[in-house]
Design a protein around this ligand. Structure first.
Ligand code: AHR
Length: 519
């Protein structure tokens, strides 16, 4: 859609900010928001998280044990519980990842002192004492008011072991596994709707072909029941690695619709897979490459969705991006198998841009899980002893939670470009929604490392009387919160907008995430 404003060259503004950036505003772009009542609802589950038995995510992260001097509830840090509640996390994936296909659930139940140990073969070869198991996880989900997303061990277990797990978790009473659960202190079953059938079956889950895995999947899915048949269970097939479209094609072709509710997809963002670089010390070239992989998500989701459309025109099977986020070299001096990395404004750009893509594809994308919750990869929380940091990614996820279960307002936008070394990317990404109370939210990300960008939005069809805004940005793209300065990057009020004759005009600073609320 072309607006007259697109053809008008706006005045070039040049000024300095914190001696860092040269701001130049060369052309204003027009963004159209459609008030389309047939648009899909943005599933709250797009805002899901992922906690694997990996490095310091569970142990010395979420779980410190009942005897810790750090205030805790049943061994889980109270500050983490509070922070995750604030975030309104809708679901939490556990226990992996690659760990899930090595995990034997019976090792993680019963008296902690009797639980057998194992070696975490994928993540640092450390000893796993199984002190955090199914009861600990499912009880935590209840405390958080979040839905659990459990995974079957397909790679190194049996259907028998898995069906017993389903019975242990979901059968009411009068069955061997319900009795065992009761013996371990829990009479009522838990409500677990989301079940993954293996993880990365093309890799750490068993290096399978999609044809082989589809057969295995059908076998597992046939024996899956939640034992209540209340609102059923949601079975998720282990999905493709980034652009492996053949994987999705085979799964969609070979698995009957009555055996599957979701197909997964994993895609991480990085500078180069073989040379990821530091999480905090990166140059513009590395930043630009990272953002290229981030924006690739648009193409990935579109192409995987197109394959799904072909086999499932009724849109019954969901695309579940159950691992996404930035992946860099580990922080110096930390265990390479623990994947501990800091989190800068670059990660805020990754989060805001990716969530906008998911929102805009909410017809097919019904769930996603940021990797990972605490101390691993693009974490929302980092801990050190009794200290805790909320990362820039945490703040973006919190700013965006207003989109959860709101109706998508589709956007038409010819974005300005961010150019580096003669290559260009769309500088601004956006998504919008209207919630149950009629509040309109518009999330905008300007990934340009130097330039502010001005956009105009016709809001006359949205019946908005008052607008307020929040912004997340910082002086440098490489800035991050530290254990000594936990508040360096914080959301602030945003006022750099005005409305004139039904047109909302916004100036977005370089590398900023903005959430506007209209009522
Ligand atoms: O999130 C870390 C790992 O990345 C997961 O265990 C695995 O599924 C993926 O390769």
């Amino acid at each position: 859609m072309i607006n007259i404003s697109q053809s008008i060259l706006t005045v070039l503004l040049v000024f300095t900010f914190g001696n860092q950036h040269i701001y130049s505003q060369d052309n204003t772009k027009f963004l159209t928001i459609k008030n389309d009542e047939s648009a899909p609802v943005i599933s709250k589950h797009i805002y899901g998280h992922f906690a694997e038995h990996l490095g310091r995510c569970i142990y010395d992260g979420i779980y410190v044990g009942e005897n810790s001097s750090i205030p805790n509830t049943n061994g889980v840090r109270n500050d983490i519980i509070d922070a995750l509640k604030e975030l309104k996390i809708p679901n939490l994936r556990w226990p992996g990842g690659c760990f899930a296909d090595t995990y034997h659930w019976k090792d993680g139940i019963g008296p902690k002192e009797d639980r057998p140990a194992m070696v975490n073969r994928w993540w640092g070869g450390v000893t796993e004492d199984n002190s955090f198991g199914t009861h600990d996880f499912l009880n935590l989900c209840e405390v958080l008011g979040t839905e659990p997303y459990l995974a079957a061990n397909v790679g190194s277990s049996t259907i028998q072991e898995f069906t017993e797990y389903l019975q242990y978790v979901g059968h009411k009473e009068g069955s061997p596994m319900a009795d065992l659960r009761k013996q371990n202190g829990r009479s009522e079953p838990w409500k677990v709707t989301f079940w993954g059938v293996g993880n990365e079956m093309w890799g750490c889950g068993g290096n399978m072909t999609p044809e082989y895995y589809s057969n295995l999947y059908k076998q597992y899915a046939t024996f899956m029941t939640d034992w209540t048949n209340s609102d059923g269970m949601f079975r998720i097939a282990s999905g493709a690695n980034t652009a492996d479209y053949h994987w999705t094609e085979v799964l969609m072709r070979d698995i009957p619709k009555n055996l599957i509710e979701g197909v997964a997809l994993h895609s991480y963002s990085f500078v180069k897979w073989e040379n990821k670089g530091s999480a905090t010390k990166f140059n513009e070239e590395q930043y630009f490459s990272t953002m290229q992989t981030v924006l690739k998500m648009e193409e990935l989701v579109s192409k995987h969705s197109a394959i799904m459309d072909k086999y499932d025109p009724e849109n019954k099977i969901a695309l579940i991006v159950d691992e996404w986020g930035g992946w860099y070299d580990v922080e110096e001096g930390t265990n390479p198998g623990f994947l501990y990395q800091q989190n800068t404004m670059r990660d805020a750009m990754i989060a805001g841009t990716t969530l906008n893509i998911f929102n805009n594809h909410s017809k097919r994308v019904k769930m996603a899980n940021l990797a990972q919750t605490v101390n691993v990869l693009q974490a929302v929380i980092l801990t050190e002893g009794d200290k805790m940091i909320l990362t820039p990614t945490y703040h973006v996820m919190k700013m965006y939670n207003v989109h959860q279960d709101a109706q998508l307002l589709p956007i038409i936008f010819d974005a300005p470009v961010y150019t580096y070394n003669s290559e260009s990317l769309p500088a601004i990404s956006a998504s919008a929604s209207k919630d149950k109370n009629g509040l309109v939210h518009i999330s905008l990300v300007n990934i340009d490392s130097k330039k502010e960008n001005k956009i105009e939005i016709d809001i006359s069809n949205l019946y908005i009387k008052k607008i307020s805004g929040t912004i997340l940005t910082s002086k440098n793209l490489q800035d991050y919160n530290t254990f000594d300065n936990t508040e360096k990057i914080q959301p602030k009020d945003f006022k750099n907008f005005k409305v004139k004759k039904g047109i909302l005009e916004i100036i977005l600073p370089p590398f900023s995430v903005v959430m506007l609320e209209g009522k």
